[in-house]
Design a protein around this ligand. Sequence first.
Ligand code: PSU
Ligand code: MN
Length: 302
Amino acid sequence: MDQVIEYGDEVRAALSASVPIVALESTIISHGLPRPRNAVVARELEAIVRAEGACPATVAVLDGVARVGLDAVELERVASEPHMHKLGRRELPLAIAAKASGATTVSATATLAHRAGIAVFSTGGLGGVHRGFVESFDESADLLVLAETPITVVAAGVKSILDIPATLERLETLNVTVVGYATTTFPGFYLHSSNCPLSWSLESPDEVAAVIAARGALGLHSALLVANPVPLTEQLDPALHDKALEEALEGARREGVRGQQLTPYLLAKLVEATGGAALEANLAAVRNNVRLGARIAVAAAR
Ligand code: PSU
Ligand code: MN
């Protein structure tokens, strides 16, 4: 097995027994969700995968070791250690060489999961093109990594703090295959729909598995993004969403927040400005994605 990656016991057993595996990112745990709820959520997400007959593989770097599959103590470290780095793919060699610890974003998680031979990865919402891109040039590294990593990512679209139409254009340019799951519009993360139309839609894990097989047969190197909307009954109230987002963006401008801090800042502000409702919608979206990811992994393994 891979020298640079250490596997958790459950993942090692699943790999050798060909049990379907779902990779889970850790930045959402360390930087995206408030403590101590984040530790509870981390365990809950793993339990959802197991309940569907698949094996969870939460990914992080601990003391310079890239880990695919964390035990209970390691998962707790990711949730509670104060100085976890936020690691995109480009930061992986730095963290490993410095024997540092950090949570992996979508770009780093997709990289390590693919290297570990894991086909499916569930998260909340992808990074993408930030509003005001023409001045800041802030576009998440998630997009470019998906362009060159043949993995299937289940996400509730991209975070609504972003410029969604611009992100969809970039996904097209980068040849990332995008398909709606039981929807004909791109999801809006906290919202069921962003109102941006999608050309393609699938209705079942078996249909997604058929697309994964076709992608493999073609030898494509780009990801498949399964855009899975938060259920309508669990979405954030759209009017509240728009108002809170306006406030959060204004706060970031005023305080000059940028770079790696921007996404965690905006997510936290939204939770604050909605009295916690944004957190509940975020969690509903993530749970929904983790469940679908497990069902897709099971279907793809058949
Ligand atoms: N989705 C969430 N919460 C998060 C993130 C996504 O619900 O915290 C994280 C992911 O790890 C994603 C990262 O890869 O934010 C993107 O950060 P940036 O925009 O700095 O690239
Ligand atoms: Mn950025």
